[in-house]
Ligand binder design. Structure first.
Ligand SMILES: [Zn+2]
Length: 421
C-alpha cells in the first residue's frame, strides 16, 4: 500500500466565559432562544462560497435541534457584527456572525487556520444561559454544496448551535457534537451531505430540555458512580456510554465528574449495555462495562461500578477508509464492503481481533493486514462487511485480544439517514 496520510480534523471550540466556576450543566431556562443573524453572513467576502444557501443552512441547523428536544428558536436579522467581549454578561443578544472584526478575529489567534468556529456562552448564577454568540472563523471557507476543502456551513452551525444550547463535546466520533469536524473531502454527493443528529446528540439535548411527542415518553436515565478498586478513589476522567442491545447503536455518552459520578439522560425505554473507557487515551487504553440495564419509560436507574481489569499500552486513535486516517467517524454509504484502516500504538498482538456490538457489522475473517508505518504508529487494515438492513445511527468498533476488549472507537461508524428507505 501507499503511505497513510494523517488527516487531522479541525477543531471547533467552545468558550465559557471564565471567572466563575462552571455549573455541571448549562441550559436556557425555558428552551426559548432568540438568535440574531448578523448581516455579515450575506456580505460577499469569500468566506462563504458565493451562491451558498445560507438561510437554508441556518434554518436546517435550528430545526434539527427543535425536532430533537423541547427547544424553540426565533430568528431576526441584525446589523450587529461583534461577539460580546468576555465578562460577567454580554449585551443579551445571541449573535451568529462571520465579520472579520478585531473582536471576532481575537477568538482565533491561537490557530487561525485550524478552527472553524467558536461559541461564547454567558450564563447567570443559577446556571441558565443568558446569551451565546457564534463566530464563524472569517479566515476559513464555508460552503453548502460539499466543495472539497471547505467546511460545510450547515454542519458547522449545527455543532455550534449545540454549544449555544449548553452541550459540550462528545467523545462519540459520529456525533454532531464530536470535537473534530473535518473539512469536506472530495467526491461528496448531495445525499452524503445530509446532516443528522446522532442518538447521542438527541439524548444530550433531551437531558437538558426534555421532549414530548405523541408516541413516546421521555426521558429515562442511568446514573451512578464509578470507583477505582480497591482504593475507592474516583478514577481519572472516563467516557461512559450506552449502546442499544437490539441493534448496537450508541445512544448516549457522558464524562465522569471528578468524583466519579456520571449521568446518561434523555433515554427512551430499552435494553442497554453501559461501557466505560479512559478519556485520555494517548498513552494507554482501559475499557470495561457496567453490564446491561433494562429501562422502562420515565425510569431513573442507578448503576455503580468499579474500574476493573488492567490498562493496555495499546492505543487506538485513528480510523479511516482508503488509507486516510483521522480522528473522525467513517461514513457508511451504500456499499456492503469497506477496507477500513485503524491507526494507533502497540497493535503487535498475535491475537488481535476486530469486533462489533452490533449484528450488522463484521470483520471478514483473515482480512486483517498489518502495515509498517515506522516505530511510532501501528496500523492495520481489514475488510468490513455491512449488512444492508443496517439502521441509521452510529456504531462502535472494538479491538479485542485474548484478554478481552482492548479499545474502542466509540461511534466510529456512521450510517446516515437514507431518505428513500
Ligand atoms: Zn465544538
Amino acid at each position: 500500500m501507499g503511505l497513510v496520510v494523517l488527516a487531522t480534523s479541525a477543531f471547533a471550540s467552545y468558550t465559557v466565559v471564565p471567572g466563575r466556576s462552571e455549573p455541571q450543566q448549562l441550559r436556557w431556562k425555558d428552551g426559548m432562544v432568540r438568535i440574531a443573524i448578523s448581516k455579515s453572513l450575506s456580505e460577499q467576502t469569500g468566506a462563504i462560497k458565493s451562491g451558498s444557501d445560507i438561510a437554508v443552512a441556518i434554518r436546517n441547523s435550528l430545526l434539527l435541534w427543535e425536532n430533537a428536544a423541547d427547544i424553540k428558536f426565533t430568528i431576526e436579522a441584525t446589523d450587529a457584527r461583534n461577539v460580546s467581549p468576555s465578562g460577567v454578561a454580554g449585551d443579551g443578544v445571541s449573535l451568529i456572525t462571520i465579520a472579520a472584526s478585531p473582536e471576532n478575529v481575537l477568538l482565533f489567534t491561537k490557530d487561525p487556520m485550524a478552527e472553524s468556529a467558536r461559541t461564547r456562552v454567558f450564563y447567570n448564577r443559577r446556571g441558565f444561559i443568558t446569551e451565546a454568540d457564534i463566530v464563524l472563523n472569517p479566515y476559513q471557507q464555508f460552503s453548502t454544496d460539499g466543495t472539497a476543502g471547505t467546511f460545510d456551513l450547515e454542519a458547522t452551525l449545527t455543532h455550534e448551535i449545540g454549544h449555544l444550547l449548553g452541550l459540550r463535546h462528545s467523545s462519540v466520533l459520529g456525533a454532531v457534537m464530536s470535537e473534530g469536524i473535518a473539512r469536506n473531502a472530495g467526491g461528496v454527493v448531495a445525499s452524503d451531505r445530509r446532516i443528522d443528529l446522532s442518538d447521542a446528540d438527541v439524548t444530550a439535548a433531551r437531558e437538558l430540555y426534555g421532549f414530548v411527542d405523541d408516541v413516546s415518553e421521555c426521558c429515562s436515565s442511568i446514573s451512578g458512580k464509578i470507583t477505582q478498586a480497591p482504593s475507592k478513589t474516583p478514577p481519572k476522567a472516563l467516557s461512559v456510554w450506552a449502546e442499544d442491545n437490539t441493534n448496537g447503536r450508541v445512544v448516549a455518552q457522558a464524562e465522569t465528574s471528578p468524583d466519579g459520578t456520571y449521568r446518561l439522560g434523555g433515554l427512551s425505554a430499552g435494553l442497554y449495555t453501559i461501557f466505560w473507557q479512559n478519556l485520555d487515551r494517548s498513552n494507554s487504553t482501559h475499557l470495561g462495562d457496567l453490564g446491561t440495564v433494562r429501562l422502562s419509560d420515565n425510569e431513573d436507574r442507578t448503576v455503580n461500578g468499579k474500574v476493573a481489569g488492567t490498562s493496555h499500552d495499546l492505543a487506538l486513535s485513528f480510523m479511516g477508509l482508503d488509507s486516510q486516517l483521522a480522528d473522525a467517524a467513517i461514513l457508511i454509504g451504500n456499499a456492503r464492503e469497506y477496507t477500513v484502516y485503524l491507526g494507533g500504538r502497540d497493535f503487535e498482538l498475535n491475537d488481535l481481533r476486530i469486533e462489533f456490538n452490533s449484528p450488522y457489522f463484521r470483520a471478514i475473517p483473515g482480512s486483517i493486514k498489518r502495515h509498517d508505518l515506522g516505530e511510532k504508529l501501528s496500523a492495520v487494515s481489514f475488510l468490513l462487511a455491512v449488512d444492508e438492513e443496517v439502521p441509521s445511527g452510529v456504531y462502535s468498533l472494538f479491538l479485542t485480544g485474548n484478554d478481552g476488549i482492548l479499545a474502542a472507537m466509540v461511534g466510529g461508524l456512521k450510517v446516515p439517514v437514507r431518505p428513500n428507505l
